[in-house]
Each structure stands twice: as structure tokens, then as C-alpha cells.
Design a binder for this molecule. Sequence first.
Ligand code: SF4
Length: 154
Amino acid sequence: MRIGIITCRNMTDDMGCSSLMCLDESRAGKGEFARYAEYGGAQIAGIISCAGCPTVLAPEKILRRVRTLVASGVEAIHFGNCMEKLCPFKKKYESILRTEFPHIQFVHGTHEMGTDDQEEALLHFVGEGLRQQPVSMADLIIHLGKAGEDDPGR
Ligand code: SF4
């Protein structure tokens, strides 16, 4: 069965997630992909991240991304575990997507999460990773002591 996966942009853009676990378990027919055994397994037609923070005004932004999966002929779309665990907009997204694409099955989750301890450790790791401050021009300005140096009132 042809399926798609929608993931959290924080995980793909900031954490560099390549969807390894989703892909591995889809091939192995495990986790939330086990349901496709009677259809010959899951064939992933595409994986795409969300459109980023939609603000409270525009949760419909998600449609831009999911349209690509739907156009690729998928019959089901999974919300990645990342979206399931981390996204404050997921209920709104699901409501919008089910209304827009009533012929598509929407499924919660992808791969198995392991034990509660493993899940907690993973979420802790992701939280730490997302909070890290990358090197930026701010560091150069501070390093050179350039802030306001031409300001005569300084
Ligand atoms: S809107 Fe949800 S899925 Fe998208 S980046 Fe934010 S938390 Fe992740």
C-alpha cells in the first residue's frame, strides 16, 4: 500500500532527522506499518515535514505540504512519532486534513518507541538538542567587542 509520512520540521531542520527509524520499520512491517501486511506491506511514496509554525492564524499551512503526498497517490498518511509527541497543533492539523482529504486514511505514529525509559531519554535528548544555541554572528560581535564602539555616548 502506498503511504506518506508527515514529520515535525524541528526534527528534520534542527535535529537532522533522516527518518531512519520510520523507513526501517516500514520495510520490516513493524510498528504502525504492521497494519499493511495484508496489502503487501507499506510502500513509502514520500516523507515531508510540516510547513513550520502556523501561528494561531493559519493551521491550514499544513495543506501546502500534505498536498504533495496526496498528489503522489498515497492511500494513507502517517503522522510521524515526532509530530505525535511534540506538536501542539496536531489535533487541529488532523481535523483540517481529514476534512480536506476524506479519501485518505490518517494514522497516528510510525515506528515503535521502545520502553518508557527509552522514550523519556529520547525526548530529553531532543529537548536538549533543540535548546542548543548555534554559533552565530552574535558570537563574532561579542568576540570582537564591536557593539556600539562608534557610539560617542558610550
Ligand atoms: S507545527 Fe508542530 S510539527 Fe510543525 S514544527 Fe511545530 S511542533 Fe513540529
